[in-house]
Structures are given as C-alpha cells and as structure tokens.
Design a protein around this ligand. Structure first.
Ligand code: AMP
Ligand code: MG
Length: 385
C-alpha cells in the first residue's frame, strides 16, 4: 500500500539519527530550501556576544547583543580569555532574551547558524559548541558561518543588492577588497600589509588617550575639527593597486602628538581626529579607484555595485564620502544599516538564510572552529563538498 511505503521527513531524521550524527542533516536539507525560513544566528568571535533571529524575507525578529566593551576597556583592547568567559556567562540569558523579543519558540526555528571563524579562538569555541549542542538537541540543521561572509552579505538583509559586487570589508581585524560573485564565492583583490583600518582608528585613539574602541570617538571628535589642519602620510598611494598599509599613518599621528603636545580635550585633538579620518578616507578612495579596475578585469565587465561593510562602515563621514565617490563614477553605493555594521547576530543568521536559499548543504557537527579562515577559501570548500 502506498501510504505504508511513504516516509515522512521526521522518519528520515530519526533514521539518520540512528546512523551517524554527521549525516543527520543531508536529506532534510532538500526540503529546507523551500518556503519561508527562520534562522537563529550566534556571534562570539570577538567582544560582542550576540544572537539574532531573522526570516528569509529579511525581517529581523530579534537582534540582541551584549557588548563587552566595559570588560576590556581598562586593558585598552580585547583580552581573549576574558572575552571567552564573558561569552559563556552571557549566551544563555541572551538566548532567552532573543526568543522573548522574537515572540517565537524552538519549534519556529528552521536552522541554527554560528560564527565558525575567523576570530579569537576561545570565543569561537564557546559559540560553536553552544550552537552544536542546540542543533543536536533541537534537531535543527547547523551552519558554520565565516564571520567575514556575515559582514559581506549583511547589506542584503535589508536591501536588494544583486551579485556580483565589489566589497570593501573594513573592520577591527580586516581590510580587504573582494569581488562577491555569489554566496560562498569570493575573490580577494587586495588587503592590508599591516594594520586593519578599524585597528588604525583604535590605535590612534589610544595614542590620544581615548578609550577603546576608538573609531566612534574619533568620528565624534572630528566633527569639530579641521580635516586639513595636519598633513598626514598616505602610505602606498603611488602604487597602482588596491593594497593598504596603515601602520605608518599611526606612527605619524604619534609624532604629531609629541611635536605639538596635544591633549585629548584640546581643539588640536579634534583637528588631529578630523585630519586622520580625512586621510584614511582619501586613502580608501584612492585604493578604490584601483580596486574597480581590478574587479573589472576579474569579472570581464565594469562593476555596477559597490558595498562597504564591517565596523568602520558605521563611520558617517566615510560612508558619505564613498557614496559621493561612487556617484561620480556611476556606481550604486550600498552600506549595511548602522546597527548591522559592527558585529551582531542578525548578520550571522542572515548568512545562514543566504546559504539555505543558495541550496548549500548544512555543516556537520564535526566542523572545527577556525581562528583563521580566509573568505576566498570558501569557494574551494563548497566545490569539494
Ligand atoms: P568589527 O570588527 O566589525 O566589530 O568592528 C569594530 C571596529 O570598527 C573597531 O575597530 C571600531 O573602532 C571600528 N568602528 C566602529 N565604529 C566606527 C566609526 N564610527 N568610525 C570608525 N571606526 C569605527
Ligand atoms: Mg566583525
């Protein structure tokens, strides 16, 4: 009889559960691709403990975050061991908060995604182990997300942006131009030889006696400063490529502070912040010019869409300067909503949605947390799958 030979998705799951936990999710995945989905995302790769819940139409049902800034501030930067402990201490409460905010239960969740790297390994282990436990216990598909892919796709959560696009990823740990061909498919065109741009903001702020993280404070002080007050170097500007170098800029700030004996409350400090921010922005525009050329030759056609993402993309001066630059070149400019620029759970949940929609398989529960995980390695892994 037909009815007795039909096998339900639950039966398939049970069958798989009885065989190997690694293969648990491979068959249900075919059904997962269809219809509206709700994904829970966990982010613990640095100093934000974050959980987001989003659906596949781009609605953010919850985006709860605990910032560890106070824990790390007295040390002038993130202390990895403290960060891992704080993630562990906060995650459970944050999960309850997220479900309450989203007004849903586990039964509404279709998949769990978690930052699997790159980042501080202690924090990543906490997030990944928690996500694996939830996936196994709640019987949900598990997606290990590359944190950089979370940033790269974050503007697509709230805006309609088609592939391919040129991405400038600017965060506390990364500065890269990438061609985003598709979900899981990236080509790196250039990166930094030393400091990341967010790191340069943070180190400059520290030199000026400002607390961590320095980026938002420099932006705030720069509002009252003259961007042309101090001439700072633009490293590598003569090179016709999209490689960055930021460490010389930070040294120049230190020399300027020593030479002019600038205190953090003075008008000169505001001038220096404005000059630093202006110089970084000019540098980015110069590098972007060459990145567009490199993207053109990579794609075999001119780029139409430019996206800036990552923590530094929250800087309104940089956003508006890049928008003007793009308009002058006839490019569409996109940046994530301000609350999605720095690390958050919604972008990790959204990367899970994107992977489901692209038909990519969930990861197995043997996924190893990765302190290093270059974004352009993803393509290879997917094709080898
Ligand atoms: P992420 O690594 O993506 O979490 O971003 C954190 C980095 O972004 C830190 O280095 C911050 O200093 C930097 N950042 C955050 N907001 C701003 C801002 N408004 N201007 C410049 N940098 C910022
Ligand atoms: Mg980040």
């Amino acid at each position: 009889m037909l009815s007795s030979t039909r096998i339900s998705i639950c039966q398939v799951r049970e069958l798989y559960k009885k065989t190997r936990i690694d293969t648990l999710y491979s068959i249900p995945h075919k059904l997962l691709v269809m219809g509206k989905k709700i994904v829970l995302g966990i982010e613990t790769s640095c100093d934000e403990t974050a959980i987001g819940i989003v659906d596949s139409s781009g609605h953010i049902l919850a985006n709860c975050l605990y910032s560890q800034i106070q824990e790390h501030r007295e040390f002038g930067g993130v202390v990895p061991e403290l960060a891992a402990r704080a993630h562990l201490a906060r995650l459970e409460r944050l999960l309850e908060q997220s479900f309450k905010k989203a007004a849903i239960t586990w039964s509404n969740i279709d998949a769990i995604s978690v930052t699997g790297g790159p980042g501080l390994i202690g924090g990543i282990i906490v997030g990944v182990m928690a996500a694996k436990a939830m996936a196994a216990y709640q019987n949900k598909p598990f997606y290990a997300i590359n944190h950089l892919e979370g940033h790269a796709l974050s503007p697509r959560l709230t805006q309609d942006i088609s592939f391919p696009y040129l991405l400038l990823l600017v965060s506390g740990g990364h500065t890269q131009f990438l061609v985003v061909h598709d979900v899981g498919c990236y080509t790196c065109l250039g990166s930094t030889l030393d400091d990341a741009i967010g790191e340069a903001f943070d180190k400059t702020a520290k030199l000026m006696g400002l607390p961590y993280p320095g980026g938002p404070l420099i932006e705030q002080l720069a509002l009252n400063g003259n961007p042309l007050a101090y001439t700072l170097p633009k490293p590598l500007i003569k090179q016709k490529n999209c490689t960055f170098s930021l460490s010389g800029l930070k040294t120049a700030v230190r020399q300027c502070l020593e030479k002019n004996n600038i205190s953090k409350e003075s008008l000169e400090a505001a001038d220096l912040c404005a000059s630093f921010q202006y110089t970084v922005t000019e540098l980015i525009k110069n590098r972007l010019f060459y990145a567009l050329e490199a993207a053109h030759s990579n794609l075999g056609k001119p780029v139409e869409n430019f996206v800036v993402a990552g923590g530094v993309s929250a800087n309104k001066y940089i956003r508006s300067s890049l928008k003007d630059f793009c308009q002058s070149k006839g490019l569409h400019f996109y940046a994530p909503d301000l609350k999605l620029c720095t690390d958050n759970g919604a972008m990790i949940a959204w990367a899970g949605v994107e992977r489901i929609r692209a038909g990519l398989h969930p990861d197995t529960l043997s996924f190893p947390p990765r302190p290093r995980w270059p974004l352009d390695a993803l393509k290879l892994e997917i094709h080898n799958d």
